[in-house]
Design a protein around this ligand. Structure first.
Ligand code: PLP
Length: 370
């Protein structure tokens, strides 16, 4: 492949080309009816997504962040409570805990960037109410270990399943094992809306009932408000798009898994590490994140050769300015911090072709002298 050819990090325009006809049909169906809020499309998406995930209730919301907050709130977590979570995530994981008035308590991660269950018990106090694992890049955290710790200490497990659609652990879909789960349908996720969107899942009827009320101002009918909520409804157009894309999700995940398998075969590991998929995992690979020596130089070298890559993310959550009040310092979570200096996400999407993957792998190997 010529060096003048670019390998983009992601290509949402290609996705549009692939789905143009069906997406425009979704727009036509919804817009022609003239109803846009909490319509049948939303109910149908919720039913179909619940069946896919293997959970009793899915409630459509307008983001994964709202889904996290509502999962915490509806499970009674608030002021004075502590929630154990990971320093490796998008900031919304910590933000949701802070927004309900609770305190995030971090525990370091394993080599695969998911929370380390072996370190959780030391962080439990009399105020701990829940564990919030993140299934980073669509690799499910060690749910067997987490559920047994939760059971021993009478804690809830609220799964940050924002990146999880299409990922399984021991044959169970991510988000179906804990007490509640928050999913994102942000454009960069595998099951993505045309803009922001999200949904919360639970098997608990009462939690589902509360979130259904909360997402629409606490109104049980037009003229009866039973609690003060917010406006966080998944809109009908996005529900229709998500229904269509749910049918395609397996194909998206299969293509992404194929790409990661090819990258893993072609890249010579050593100075660069690709966390291996464990037998109990079926990862959805929202991102393809490597851990690389000389990461910044590799990134520049790849850019010189037309390859886009991304540091995802370079700051552990406890070291953001917003976290200053939590009282952590550099050195508190050495595994996460070391990863932040090494992580590099390589181009990865379902439209990447084998020639592009071989080209990226060749350049990575060349950088390390292979
Ligand atoms: C791990 C994680 N948690 C939470 C979120 C928040 O989701 P949203 O962007 O839909 O609010 C995201 C999405 O970016 C995420 O990746």
């Amino acid at each position: 492949m010529s060096a003048s050819i670019k390998v983009p990090f992601i290509d949402l325009k290609q996705r549009y080309e692939e789905e143009k006809e069906e997406l425009l049909a979704c727009v036509e169906r919804v817009v022609s009816q003239g109803h846009f809020v909490l319509t049948q499309e939303v109910n149908e998406f919720e039913e179909q997504a619940a069946k896919y995930v293997g959970i009793k209730h899915i409630i459509g919301l307008n983001s994964g962040t709202d889904a996290l907050m509502m999962a915490l709130w509806a499970n009674g977590i608030g002021k004075g409570d502590e929630v154990i979570t990971t320093p490796v995530s998008f900031v919304a994981t910590t933000g949701s805990i802070v927004h309900v008035g609770a305190t995030p308590v971090y525990v370091d991660v394993r080599d695969d960037q998911n929370i380390d269950p072996a370190k959780i018990e030391a962080a439990i106090t009399s105020r701990t109410k829940a564990i919030m694992p993140v299934h980073w890049i669509g690799r499910i955290a060690d749910m067997d270990a987490l559920m047994s710790i939760a059971k021993r200490h009478n804690l809830l497990v609220i799964e940050d399943a924002a990146q999880t659609m299409g990922a399984y652990y021991n044959g169970k879909h991510g988000g179906s094992v804990g007490h509640a789960a928050a999913f994102s349908a942000h454009p960069l996720k595998n099951l993505n809306a045309l803009g922001d969107g999200g949904f919360m899942g639970t098997n608990d009827d009462d939690v589902a009932r509360k979130v259904r009320l909360y997402r629409t101002h606490g109104l049980e009918s037009r003229d009866s408000c039973v609690l003060y909520g917010v406006n966080s409804r998944l809109d009908s157009l996005n529900a229709e798009v998500l229904k269509f894309r749910l049918q395609r999700l397996k194909s998206v995940v299969d293509r992404r898994r194929h790409n990661v398998a090819l990258y893993t075969k072609l890249i010579k590991q050593g100075p660069i590490m690709i966390p291996a998929e464990k037998p109990q995992e079926h990862n959805s690979y929202v991102m393809f994140i490597t851990q690389a020596d000389n990461r910044d130089k590799l990134k520049d070298y790849l850019a010189e050769h037309g390859i886009e890559s991304l540091v995802y993310y370079g700051t552990a959550l406890h070291l953001h300015k917003a976290a200053a009040k939590l009282g952590y310092k550099k050195g508190d979570f050495p595994v996460a911090e070391r990863q932040c200096d090494r992580v590099l996400a390589l181009p990865h999407h379902q439209h990447l072709n084998e020639e592009q993957i071989a080209y990226v792998a060749e350049k990575v190997n060349k950088f390390y002298g292979g």
